[in-house]
Design a protein around this ligand. Structure first.
Ligand SMILES: [Zn+2]
Ligand SMILES: [Zn+2]
Length: 261
């Protein structure tokens, strides 16, 4: 009966509740348990209700299992921190990729703006040619120089067609070129969280960004990944007995301080 009820509740509420109901039997060593949560922070918890919301973690988060793990890891190295590091660094890598894409998009837009500027210059030049040709056609026609007038008229049609094509290209690059140029040139990409920032933003808006949940979340994950990598690599060296002289000194000092207490 209980199993059946749990199944119905699981279907209704998603996986988290089923984790809760089966927690009694699960050990922290179970692969279903979130190792990032055991070791520190799970990225799924960091970006809740932000643009980067990852949804609920598919693995079990349990404070009790976390406490069990912390107690057990004093006397045994489970190696879970390497899994945790891998998870953190994956999110950092993904964010860095988004930063590159955002930068590329911004660059591309700048290229498009440059092309638009060049086209507009050309169009202006053609407009001038058109008005000159119209004057010439009128003048030649008034003097009865029909053949020359028709020649000019052919040239006029050609220039008009070229202008039409250039205008089409401007429109296809951006329907509102003036707006695009004023906004995109002033954008920059946040090198922590990949969001676009406007150079026109006032201090208040920038402060809002830098204290925002998404930005702080990525700052936290980046810091945690960096610190953890340093720590784990240092531990690896210690295991191999490759301590530097300075580190040996630090360690001796630490051991003496411990003895003294
Ligand atoms: Zn998790
Ligand atoms: Zn940011």
């Amino acid at each position: 009966m209980a199993a059946e009820q749990a199944k119905i509740i699981e279907q209704l509420m998603g996986s988290n509740l089923s984790n809760f109901s089966s927690r009694g039997q699960v050990q922290f060593t179970d692969r279903k348990v979130c190792r990032s949560f055991l070791c520190g922070i799970c990225p799924h918890d960091v970006f809740v209700n932000t643009k980067m919301d990852l949804g609920p973690c598919p693995k079990i988060h349990s404070d009790k299992l976390k406490a069990d793990y912390e107690a057990a890891s004093y006397s045994h190295d489970y190696g879970y921190e390497w899994d945790y590091l891998q998870d953190l660094e994956r999110h950092v890598t993904e964010c860095n990729k988004r930063i590159d894409i955002a930068e590329a998009r911004r660059e591309k837009t700048r290229e498009e703006i440059d092309r638009t500027d060049a086209l507009m210059k050309e169009i202006l030049h053609l407009d001038h040619t058109i008005s000159v040709l119209i004057d010439e056609i009128k003048a030649l026609a008034s003097k009865g120089r029909v053949n020359e007038s028709i020649q000019r008229f052919t040239a006029y049609n050609k220039v008009k067609q070229t202008k039409k094509e250039l205008v089409q290209e401007v429109l296809s690059i951006n329907e509102l070129p003036s707006q695009a140029s004023s906004t995109h040139q002033k954008l920059q990409v946040c090198d922590v969280c990949s969001a676009y920032l406007s150079r026109l933003d006032n201090d208040r808006r920038l402060a809002d960004h830098f204290s925002g949940k998404m930005h702080l979340g990525y700052a936290q994950i980046r810091d945690a990944a960096k610190e953890l990598r340093q720590l784990l690599e240092k531990r690896e060296l210690e295991k191999k007995g490759e301590l530097t002289e300075e580190e040996k000194g630090d360690r001796l000092e630490f051991q003496e301080a411990v003895k003294a207490t």
